[in-house]
Design a protein around this ligand. Structure first.
Ligand code: HEM
Ligand SMILES: *[C@@H]1O[C@H](CO)[C@@H](O)[C@H](O)[C@H]1NC(C)=O
Ligand SMILES: *[C@@H]1O[C@H](CO)[C@@H](O)[C@H](O)[C@H]1NC(C)=O
Ligand SMILES: *[C@@H]1O[C@H](CO)[C@@H](O)[C@H](O)[C@H]1NC(C)=O
Ligand SMILES: *[C@@H]1O[C@H](CO)[C@@H](O)[C@H](O)[C@H]1NC(C)=O
Ligand SMILES: *[C@@H]1O[C@H](CO)[C@@H](O)[C@H](O)[C@H]1NC(C)=O
Length: 399
């Protein structure tokens, strides 16, 4: 380990000198510094599932790629896209291509996740959270659980942990009923839903997406999901037992950038966790540390995490660090989406069915949103939840 980090340091300084005259130098050097910090300050990333026992010579090209993503030597993002219209659902051409049915599923999901304002809808956010709650009901001592579809194949969804997921649960079950006959598992529908949702949200990462997970009609073990009142230490330990380290939690909780809570405080129904719900930006990281507009409701867990010494450095790097955050979120979400999956080496990739990433965004209705963020117009909360464009709404107060 010592030798590796020393070598990395040498390569880094050589690279930095070489890059000295480039206009892009700032981001290049900070990216490299980040890599070297990661190499020296953190224990190595853990492998999971069948990758724990397979030797490199036994790995398929996909198995190799996933291993490299888990070890953070390869990016978890991809812009590979297939813009052709897929063959008809159920046709022999479609049946012969693993990703064909997923292209149709992607069309259905995008229609539900994309709002007329260009923000992503409550269904998109629900899909990200649902993907988390199916997969994270697993720990390194569980004999079952994880990304196995059980959250919707059993009564798991009724557990209080899953309050707020009813609408997305019902949409996912409809998709399952429509597409299961073409060979797709509930586990994959849920995890593809989470990655399609992330990229539909403006500024969201385009996460490499794999299919072939096996369903388990058995409810996951209980007590494995985080609680909003947990201490930072409890949360860090909970995630550690899922092989997700402190940096991993830091990247993953950023998903609250899109969120609007309904059950943490029911008298603040629809209040967002940063000032730009439905947008996958880094406002959440800065606003959790500061005093955002009054309608923004920070979660106790997020505030505690942001201040913990194992987390705060990375948290601060994400403030203003969109590309860094997207890159880390993609790698960590791929890990999360494979917890409890024991056939990683046999998965297939269907990233190409995802819609393109939206790399810049400016809300056309920001003036109205700002009034709402100040605490006015409670009735708009449900429109924001649906990501509709807030037009036909007068913002002038006098003649
Ligand atoms: C530190 C651990 C975490 C805690 C304690 C936590 C807790 C919560 C709570 C209480 C809500 C609000 C539910 C409601 O009242 O409607 C929520 C929403 C959400 N969470 Fe988390 N969460 C955590 C980590 C994560 C992670 C790792 C992800 C995804 C990778 C995630 C994704 C989301 C999303 C997208 C929403 C918004 C759902 C919506 O707008 O309907 N959370 N979370
Ligand atoms: C989402 O909706 C916006 C606004 O209506 C539109 O510009 C964009 O193309 C849509 N995105 C996708 C992937 O369909
Ligand atoms: C779970 O909730 C659904 C919908 O509210 C209800 O129909 C069902 O009976 C519940 N199942 C259990 C075991 O409580
Ligand atoms: C968290 O703590 C608050 C304040 O003490 C309490 O009102 C709330 O019910 C708790 N929430 C949960 C999910 O335990
Ligand atoms: C599970 O994870 C915890 C926390 O990282 C670790 O202490 C423990 O040794 C792991 N157990 C197994 C069986 O891998
Ligand atoms: C919930 O919100 C209400 C209204 O803002 C506030 O008075 C109350 O203290 C909050 N409850 C908790 C547990 O934070």
């Amino acid at each position: 380990m010592k030798i590796i980090s020393l070598l990395l340091h040498l390569t880094v300084s050589a690279y930095v000198q070489q890059a000295f005259a480039w206009p892009g130098m700032r981001s290049t050097t900070s990216d490299i510094r980040r890599l070297s910090i990661r190499q020296t300050a953190e224990p190595p990333k853990q492998l999971i599932g069948d990758l724990l026992t397979l030797t490199d010579s036994q790995l398929t090209p996909i198995g190799k790629d996933i291993k490299a993503i888990l070890l953070t030597t390869k990016s978890g993002e991809s812009s590979t896209i297939d813009t052709t219209i897929p063959a008809n659902l159920g046709s022999s051409a479609c049946n012969a291509d693993t990703c064909c049915v997923w292209k149709w599923i992607s069309y259905d999901m995008v229609a539900k996740f994309n709002g007329t304002s260009g923000r992503c809808t409550k269904y998109a956010r629900g899909a990200v959270r649902l993907g988390f709650h199916d997969a994270a009901a697993w720990s390194n001592t569980s004999a079952y659980g994880g990304a196995d579809g059980s959250i919707l194949l059993t009564d798991e969804i009724n557990r209080s942990d899953n309050n707020g997921l009813a609408d997305i649960a019902s949409a996912m079950k409809d998709w399952y009923n429509k597409y299961h006959q073409y060979g797709v598992s509930m586990a994959d529908i849920i995890q593809m839903g989470a990655t399609i949702a992330a990229v539909v949200c403006p500024l969201g990462p385009r996460i490499r997406s794999f299919v072939g997970r096996v369903d388990n009609p058995k409810a996951a073990p209980t007590g494995l999901l985080p609680d909003v009142n947990d201490s930072a230490d409890k949360l860090i330990k909970l995630f550690q037992a899922k092989t997700i380290d402190a940096h991993g939690i830091t990247a993953l909780v950023g998903a609250h950038t899109t969120s609007q809570q309904h059950f943490v405080n029911t008298s603040r129904d629809g209040d967002p966790q940063d000032s730009t719900p439905g947008v996958w930006d880094v406002q959440f990281y800065g606003e959790t540390l500061s005093s955002p507009p009054p309608r923004v409701m920070k979660f106790a867990s997020d505030m505690k995490l942001s201040k913990d010494s194992r987390i705060s450095d990375e948290w601060n790097q994400f403030v203003g660090g969109q590309a860094h955050w997207n890159a880390d979120y993609a790698q960590e979400y791929i890990r999360l989406s494979l917890l409890g999956v024991n056939n990683i080496n046999k998965l297939q990739e269907c990233t190409k069915v995802l819609p393109p990433a939206v790399t810049s965004f400016s809300a056309p209705d920001q003036v109205v949103l700002n009034l709402w963020l100040q605490g006015q117009y409670n009735q708009l909360s449900s429109y924001v939840d649906d990501a509709v464009l807030l037009t036909g709404f007068s913002t002038t107060t006098g003649p």
